[in-house]
Design a protein around this ligand. Sequence first.
Ligand SMILES: Cc1cc2nc3c(=O)[nH]c(=O)nc-3n(C[C@H](O)[C@H](O)[C@H](O)COP(=O)(O)O)c2cc1C
Length: 207
Amino acid sequence: MNINKTRKTYKDKKSIFNLTGSPIKIFKEWYLEAEKKVSEPNAFALSTSYKNIPSSRMMLLKSFSSTFIFYTNISSKKGKEIENNKAASILFWWKEMQRQVRIDGKLEQLSSTKVKKYFYSRPYESQIGALSSNQSSKLNSYEQLINEFEKNKSLFKNKKVLFPRNWVGFELRPNSIEFWQGGKSRLHQRIEFKKIKKIWKKKILAP
Ligand SMILES: Cc1cc2nc3c(=O)[nH]c(=O)nc-3n(C[C@H](O)[C@H](O)[C@H](O)COP(=O)(O)O)c2cc1C
């Protein structure tokens, strides 16, 4: 299937080269704007790797300050990859704003106190869902999952849901953050910040 007629022309946006402050401050400004314009602005692609073979999947960011926090199952494919290699990359695409943000860094596991606090703040059925799914393991049928969900629902009716022991949180400590703004004639604007000896150094990159 030839899809080369699918071609989006970006409109010029105001310059991003005069953005001031740390990349975390800029991310926060862009995120606040994205909250108003983008559906699920917290959705990002997480890339990890095992023995030089990369893999990516979409995730939801749950908080950020100087690090970027998400939750998952440590027994999953990504969990096993992260256990072997803490280097990761996360990528946001805010289509409605023609903006991409790429953040590379090292992952650190959150303390179980923090993870439990977040787990029990989730809706009851999401807690049951997490407990019922051994993420990325083989299912004999979809019914197997539904049965597990229903079983746990009745087991923990009006009770505190058992904390799933494989449920974990990670924070990405960034060492590189790149902001990309789409422009006319593919003349996009890019600024890359790299952390060198604890100081963020800024560069403009060719699109
Ligand atoms: C928009 C979106 C958000 C998602 N958010 C999460 C998340 O926060 N945590 C998670 O474990 N999986 C999330 N998933 C599911 C993952 O993409 C993936 O299917 C799952 O984590 C298993 O990945 P793995 O086999 O590579 O470990 C999300 C999927 C989508 C489409």
